[in-house]
Design a protein. Structure first.
Length: 148
């Protein structure tokens, strides 16, 4: 049989079946006023899907995933937690994530990271250390605290 005549059958497994779930909560921030951007960043389509849907999929190995923001959008179909405190800053979303999570480890992501990959999140997870309270990627000598 020639190589071009071979057929391979395979099943695409859901993310949850590929490997054990990560015992942590992923919180995706959709707050922000998007004044400079002009519209909610989480609704922007990249590759045919919204940034939020893409991030939701990328975080598929986490035992729990939640969306955090000021007000729940009417068209949001994912578990949502309203910011616990008044104000406008990612630290408020972190507070809400930590207050509502049942896990010891939590991941905070902003909704303006459309190119983040599951493999990067797995690397962050693999680098956790019980002696440290936070794991944050560093780029150009700056900590990326909305991906930590």
């Amino acid at each position: 049989m020639r190589a071009r005549d071979r057929w391979y059958l395979f099943r695409i497994l859901p993310v949850e079946e590929m490997s054990p779930l990560i015992p942590a909560t992923a919180g995706i921030l959709i707050g922000g006023q998007s004044r400079r951007f002009g519209s909610p960043k989480w609704k922007v389509k990249v590759g045919g899907e919204t940034v939020l849907d893409r991030l939701w999929q990328v975080c598929g190995r986490f035992e729990e995933r939640i969306v955090i923001g000021k007000e729940k959008p009417a068209d949001l179909d994912k578990p949502f937690h309203k910011d616990e405190l008044e104000g406008q800053a990612p630290i408020l979303g972190l507070y809400t994530l930590l207050k509502n999570s049942v896990h010891e480890w939590n991941l905070l992501l902003s909704c303006d990271l459309p190119l983040i990959t599951a493999s990067l999140l797995e690397k962050i997870w693999e680098n956790r250390d019980s002696e440290k309270d936070i794991i944050a990627p560093e780029s150009d000598a700056h900590l990326q605290v909305t991906c930590a």
